[in-house]
Design a protein around this ligand. Structure first.
Ligand code: SF4
Length: 290
């Protein structure tokens, strides 16, 4: 998950984490941020399609199963406003399985709710197991694997956009930046509001139900600070945010629309053009109906 940067040591690189996981026996490691990039493209196009007037709005479905679950269970009249996309975890699992049909996929993140999300009936094909950062730390300790001593096997192809999904406001910023890149002339720009933690998520949804609509793009995160504040993160939320922002700033590409690696990945998945992310047959793996 994008929140992993810095969690296993200040100087431990993504490449060393890849090395450590390979040492444990994994075939490889893909940054979920790369598929967060893909979803930024899709969500920007969804926004363009669904938000045409001042009264339209979307509730992003990206990332957080607590937010999506709350809307489905308690505020179900708002379900039609959820954008029809899978989470980056599911997108990544499905992407890997399309390219490597026999692969078993393990998602590693700071989140307990992802364990339940991975078992939801319509998306259970994507991820075979979910480990938390704390569980991975225990595995490293039990096996004597120290990521800081591992070989650096770099493959950092994600953009700033995908990397900052891990902290509150990151999803909104990513999709807004991507929309501005894809549709610079769209008159209705993203006006985002973020709910930080369950209490704010509830307050947001109540306001919307009371017709107090103050934004056209709502991002909800069940944990304070977003995933860096997840229950199984190792670092405190401020330190985690600092690492995520620094790693985001180091990316070669700012948005996925400028990222040749993302465009090449889409081609490998059978998606020749970004616009095919809306309704294209090969892009159905990123679609979810709520
Ligand atoms: S915000 Fe919290 S509950 Fe939501 S996906 Fe991130 S870690 Fe999980």
């Amino acid at each position: 998950a994008p929140a992993i940067i810095g969690q296993f040591g200040e100087n431990v690189t993504m490449g060393q984490l890849r090395g450590a996981l390979k040492h444990l026996g994994f075939y490889g490691m893909i940054e979920v941020a790369l598929f967060a990039d893909v979803l930024s493209l899709k969500e920007a196009l969804e926004f363009d399609k669904h938000v045409q007037t001042d009264r339209d709005f979307v509730l992003t479905s990206c990332c957080c199963p607590i937010w999506v679950g709350m809307i489905k269970r308690v505020y179900d009249t708002l379900v039609p406003h959820i954008s029809p996309s899978v989470s980056p975890m599911v997108a990544c699992g499905r992407g890997i399985k399309r390219l490597h049909p026999d692969a078993k996929t393990v998602f590693i993140g700071p989140c307990i709710a992802k364990k339940a999300e991975a078992k939801e009936a319509d998306i259970r094909d994507a991820v075979d197991a979910v480990l938390t950062f704390e569980e991975l730390k225990q595995i490293f300790e039990a096996t004597g694997v120290d990521p800081s001593e591992m070989e650096d096997i770099p493959s950092e192809h994600s953009s700033t956009s995908g990397r900052i999904y891990a902290r509150t406001g990151g999803v909104s910023k990513s999709i807004s930046d991507t929309l501005n890149r894809l549709r610079p002339d769209k008159p209705v720009k993203i006006q985002a509001m973020q709910a930080n933690g369950i209490k704010e998520c509830k307050a947001f949804l109540k306001d919307i139900l009371n017709n107090e609509i103050k934004a056209n793009f709502y991002e909800g995160m069940g944990c304070l600070g977003g995933c860096v504040g997840g229950p199984k993160a190792i670092l405190d939320v401020d330190k985690g945010t600092e690492f995520v922002n620094k790693y985001g700033a180091e990316a070669e590409a700012f948005t996925p629309a400028d990222n040749l690696h993302v465009l090449e990945l889409l081609k490998q998945l059978g998606i020749d053009n970004v616009e095919e992310l809306l309704g294209g047959e090969s892009a159905a793996i990123f679609q979810r109906e709520f």
